[in-house]
Ligand binder design. Structure first.
Ligand SMILES: *Cc1c(COP(=O)(O)O)cnc(C)c1O
Length: 463
């Protein structure tokens, strides 16, 4: 007679025996031996932890099949952004047009002339593919592209301000979400921050007084994610440019979100453009590719040719450069800007921002019955007015009138019901991300592009 513990051990089959099973062999051929081994061992470990383990063959195969499918599901996947924030940093900021995706696909699976001049024997320049568009669209002499705007600011300061003082108003010492702080990026780039003026008021004479023998540049930072109201004063770009140039210094503008067209032409609040900053006398302007511009993550530097040439020679440019996928997407997006009248229809960011509230509301009315049906008696849904935001630090105080659907629990604890609904929508095959507001789960429909796909998965909603 075996004692009970020994009998239990005997009930646990060996790994080798299990791997010899033809169904397990099929999994090995599909998923590879290492992952199958890991899964089989996890199953056996769980069995050993039981007090009276009994091996169940069909349970084992089902576990392996399920776990392997789960393990190999891609972690990065599309979601439906119904948060009301058009450029949501945590949801990957700008949604790109199909033409950008196609351009990426083409160069991704084949060699491409990234740094190869097809017309001559010279080595090509990586930035040339986008420079021709950026110079046209901003009026700049030259342009460079790097990993993101944080990298652009770093590279500009590291090239022009190393061991020198860079003057910035105290009202512009910003922090952007995700720990981008102007003072930190300055010290990492090797230049010394020379704070000018006060938080709410900075005058031209404050800059003039701060200009010493070690001054390397004057910089203006667009306070993209906040506004200072009340008793305030700041110095216009043109006056700062004149002061900088009178002292033989470059004037740098960090715009953050660089919109290449005038947003007022599309009925939206004004956002400063690189063209305006350059026209005001800026020598270099930095901005993001994936904010209002609506392209891939990138940092763009435009401005004077000789300064761009110096930046290009900085060894850190190599460390911060973009790959061919980013170049391809950016080129395709910039090219869309060459036709401003079609831009609104072809650039998803601008399309979402310019949607008429009435159009969004009729979409909400159209979707209401399907949503109500999916909720059954667990919750009620109604069409509501709401306010969307641009996001990513653009126009922080301006909101765009929009419409959506508020989903509310029928029980007493509405807040916890709202959290449950948010989780249920997040658990859909293509996760739907909304927000919880006033004890309701809210979806803002401004960014809902593929209505049919949204409706098609509602029957999988598990409340
Ligand atoms: C967003 C922003 C940055 C950082 O840009 P990333 O592309 O996110 O690196 C820098 N400066 C300003 C003013 C910004 O708005």
């Amino acid at each position: 007679m075996l004692n009970p513990a020994a009998a239990a051990r005997r009930a646990i089959p060996s790994v080798d025996r299990l791997l010899n099973d033809s169904r397990v062999a099929a999994l090995v051929s599909e998923y590879g031996r290492p992952l199958v081994l890991e899964t089989v061992r996890a199953f056996l470990d769980a069995m050993r932890a039981e007090s009276a383990p009994a091996f169940d063959d069909s349970q084992f195969i089902e576990y392996c099949t399920r776990e392997l499918a789960k393990l190999t599901r891609l972690s990065l996947k599309p979601v439906i952004n119904l948060t009301g924030t058009v450029l949501h940093t945590n949801l990957g900021r700008a949604v790109m047009p199909k033409c950008a995706a196609e351009a990426v696909m083409r160069v991704m699976t084949q060699p491409a002339n990234v740094e190869f001049d097809l017309e001559g024997a010279a080595r090509g320049e990586r930035d040339s593919h986008i420079e021709r568009w950026l110079t046209r669209l901003t009026g700049a002499e030259a342009a460079i592209v790097v990993n993101n705007n944080a990298a652009a600011v770093y590279l500009v300061l590291n090239t022009l301000g190393m061991k020198k003082e860079v003057l910035v108003s105290r009202g512009e010492l910003i922090e952007i979400g995700g720990a981008f702080r102007i003072p930190d990026i300055m010290s990492r780039s090797g230049c010394r921050l020379r704070e000018v003026g006060t938080t709410n008021r900075t005058h031209l004479k404050d800059y003039a007084e701060a200009l010493g023998p070690r001054a390397g540049a004057i910089m203006k930072v667009h306070t993209s994610n906040y506004v200072i109201q009340g008793f305030t004063a700041s110095v216009p770009e043109a006056a700062l440019a004149t002061l900088a140039h009178d002292n033989a210094l470059p004037f740098i503008v960090d715009l953050g979100s660089g919109m290449l067209v005038n947003l007022e032409d599309y009925g939206l609040p004004h956002e400063p453009t690189p063209r305006e900053a350059l026209a005001n006398g800026a020598d270099l302007v930095t901005f993001s590719g994936d904010k209002l511009l609506g392209g891939p993550q990138a940092g763009l530097i435009v401005g004077r040719r000789e300064l761009i040439a110096r930046i290009r020679k900085n060894p850190m440019k190599r460390a911060l450069r973009v790959d061919k996928m980013t170049l391809a997407a950016l080129e395709a997006v910039l090219q869309l800007y060459s036709n401003p009248t079609r831009l609104k229809d072809e650039l998803p960011t601008l399309r979402a921002l310019t949607r008429a509230p009435a159009d969004i509301e009729s979409q909400a009315q159209r979707l209401l019955p399907a949503i109500a049906a999916a909720l059954g008696d667990k919750a009620t849904a109604r069409v509501v007015e709401c306010a969307s935001q641009i996001g990513s630090g653009s126009l922080p105080v301006d909101s765009l009138p929009s419409a959506g659907i508020a989903i509310e629990g029928s029980g007493k604890n509405k807040s916890s019901a709202a959290q449950r609904f948010a989780a249920a929508f997040r658990a859909l095959p293509v996760p739907v991300i909304g927000r919880v507001r006033d004890a309701a789960f809210m979806i803002d429909l401004r960014c809902l592009d593929d209505e049919a796909a949204f409706v098609a998965q509602l029957n999988e909603l598990k409340l």
